[in-house]
Design a protein. Structure first.
Length: 149
């Protein structure tokens, strides 16, 4: 299970909205009472901590946390072909749509390595920034001297 937002706090709040309803549904499917039904916060803690029986650990957080989680899964398994997201219905519809958008904007390009050239370019610019900033600052100072009233 996965729900993404711009911040961890937002993701947790989103999922807290309907997690107990989802818990009751899960209990109906399994015939087992879940130990986290006392509060939404306890349920979220369970999902991201020990996880759900038979489902594993959920990601309720940022795209960076989701990437790290999937990287761990890749390392543990040696790789897999497809990642399926479970539609949990815990977050409001607008927040769920945003979660899917974040997945599409960050995780898909990351795992397809679609931004390799962009990432390499940004790293090169960062590694060479002193050279460019020094030249830029020197040009600004020269312009001030040349064109000062």
């Amino acid at each position: 299970m996965m729900h993404l937002a711009e911040t961890v706090e937002t993701a947790r709040r989103d999922v807290s909205w309907g997690i107990l309803r989802s818990t009751r549904y899960f209990e109906g499917l399994t015939g087992r009472q879940m130990p986290w039904r006392c509060s939404p916060e306890a349920a979220v803690d369970q999902w991201i901590g020990d996880g759900l029986p038979g489902w594993g650990t959920a990601v309720v957080g940022t795209p960076d946390e989701a990437i790290a989680h999937l990287e761990r899964l890749l390392d543990q398994t040696g790789g897999f072909g497809t990642f399926l997201r479970n539609v949990h219905g815990c977050a409001p519809p607008q927040a769920t749509r945003r979660s899917y958008e974040l997945f599409a904007e960050y995780l898909i390009p990351y795992f397809r390595r679609a931004n390799r050239a962009r990432t390499a370019s940004l790293e090169w610019a960062r590694d060479n920034s002193e050279r460019f900033l020094g030249s830029m600052n020197q040009a600004i100072e020269q312009a001030k001297v040349t064109y000062a009233p």
